[in-house]
Each structure stands twice: as structure tokens, then as C-alpha cells.
Design a protein around this ligand. Structure first.
Ligand code: CDP
Length: 239
């Protein structure tokens, strides 16, 4: 592309939402790498809070304990030598610990807590204020960045998602029965889409992509293509 063309493009916000294990994180990470954008995994933030709550025996129903814990939690994202963003909880890299089943089994419960959501959304907005960001989650296009220039909503059938998640866990040497994973995805889908606070719903202006029969490469290409056209539009609009 010409220098003029590149100059005409502007940084945008890309919101990738959808159900568990649809390939949101893999897609978001790769799109961010290609565009030179920052990648933030909002699910990792809820998972890190859950890890803290479990390790510090914070009751999910005790407002005082929750408030105190939220004050004591410091979340940061650091880009490692491979260019991959990793999450730190109070200075400790918890990227591996937060993907374990014990966290998956509790995270949706923690994510229903209003003050937890308020704290995470405030942090997420702060991270996105300069744009040039790809964020994935459940409420990014609806609540966190309702003005995002590009919103994508990913879906895939339950069994496909379960096998993808099993493979991912195996790569991390965590062998989990397929039935356990199906049950976890099913229960999280239900809690996430029926909770009172910012439930998982497709934003009216989001583009839906069913990833059941699509490879990650195809998924990434499609999102990058959509992003580039939005960047050109944003460039023209902002001069
Ligand atoms: O990777 P996976 O699809 O399993 O989930 P995740 O993105 O790591 O998110 C874990 C959980 O955090 C979800 O099941 C939601 O309960 C919660 N979450 C949320 O409520 N809002 C977000 N923006 C992101 C995650």
C-alpha cells in the first residue's frame, strides 16, 4: 500500500465477542499481530480475579471481602519475547494458572458480580482509550466499547468448541474428559448469556461469523479484511 494509503488509515477499536472456545483469543491475537495492534484478553482478567478469589478464600457472596480483594488486585499485561501478551496478577505471571479447569469452573460465577464487572470494564476502557486495540470477550462490543469501529461475534457448534478446548488443554498437559468440557461450556454459556449484568448478546451492529467449518487462517483473514476497510473509513472521517 502507498504511504498516502497508509496515512489515510487510522487506528480503530476491534471488539471480538462470542461463546467460549470459538477461537476468539487465537483470532484476536493474530489480528493484533498483523495490524501491529495491542491485544487484550478480557476473559483473562476475569480468570485472574477468580484465581485470586479462590487462593485467598474470598467468598463470592460477601461484598466486603470482594471490595477488599478488588483493592488488593493489580492486573497488568506484558508482551513477552515472542510478542504474545501475558497477564500478571500482583506482579506474577498467571497466564498458565488461569487456564486450569478449577478456574473455568468458577469464572462465570465471579463474572456475574457487579462490582467485579465495573472494575474490569473501567480498566478495559483505560487500555483502549488510544485505540489500536483488539479486545476479546463477552461484552466488548455491547458494554465496554459500544463505539468500536469493528465488532465481530463468533459462534460454533458445542462439540466443535469442546474438542478445540480439549486440544488446547492437552497442549498445556491438562488432560480433561470431553464430557467435563462439554458440561463446563454448556453451563458457562448459560450463566454468561442469562446473567443480569451485561449478558453475552450479539451487538446489533456486530458481524456474526460461524467458525464451525472455518480454519483459524480463514477467520483471521476475514477479520483483517474487515478491519482494513474500517481503518480506511476511519482515516477519511478523521482526516
Ligand atoms: O477462553 P474462554 O472462551 O473459555 O473464556 P474466556 O474468554 O477466558 O472467559 C472466561 C469467562 O469470563 C467467561 O465464561 C465469562 O464468564 C467471563 N467473561 C466475561 O464475563 N466478560 C468478558 N468480557 C470476558 C469473559
Amino acid at each position: 500500500m502507498s504511504t498516502e494509503g497508509l496515512l489515510a488509515m487510522r487506528k480503530i477499536v476491534i471488539a471480538i465477542d462470542g461463546y467460549s472456545a470459538c477461537g476468539k483469543s487465537t483470532t484476536a491475537k493474530e489480528v493484533a499481530r498483523i495490524l501491529g495492534y495491542r491485544y487484550i484478553d478480557s476473559g483473562a482478567m476475569y480468570r485472574a480475579v477468580t484465581l485470586y478469589f479462590l487462593d485467598h478464600l474470598v467468598s463470592f457472596t460477601n461484598p466486603k471481602e470482594i471490595d477488599k480483594a478488588l483493592q488488593d488486585i493489580k492486573l497488568t499485561f506484558v508482551v513477552n519475547l515472542k510478542g504474545v501478551t501475558e497477564i500478571f496478577l500482583n506482579g506474577i505471571n498467571v497466564e498458565k494458572a488461569i487456564r486450569k479447569m478449577r478456574i473455568s469452573e468458577n469464572v462465570s460465577q465471579v463474572s456475574t458480580i457487579k462490582v467485579v464487572r465495573e472494575a474490569m470494564v473501567a480498566l478495559q476502557r483505560k487500555m483502549g482509550k488510544d485505540k489500536g486495540i483488539v479486545m476479546d470477550g463477552r461484552d466488548i462490543g455491547t458494554v465496554v466499547f459500544p463505539e468500536a469501529e469493528l465488532k465481530v461475534f463468533l459462534t460454533a457448534d458445542l462439540m466443535t468448541r469442546a474438542f478445540r478446548r480439549q486440544k488446547e488443554l492437552l497442549e498445556k498437559e491438562d488432560l480433561v474428559e470431553i464430557d467435563t468440557i462439554v458440561e463446563n461450556l454448556r453451563s458457562r454459556d448459560l450463566i454468561d448469556s442469562t446473567r443480569k449484568e451485561s449478558p453475552l448478546v450479539k451487538a446489533t451492529d456486530a458481524t456474526e461469523m460461524d467458525t464451525t467449518h472455518v480454519t483459524i487462517e480463514e477467520q483471521v483473514d476475514e477479520v483483517v479484511r474487515m478491519a482494513l476497510s474500517k481503518m480506511v473509513v476511519a482515516g477519511k472521517l478523521r482526516g
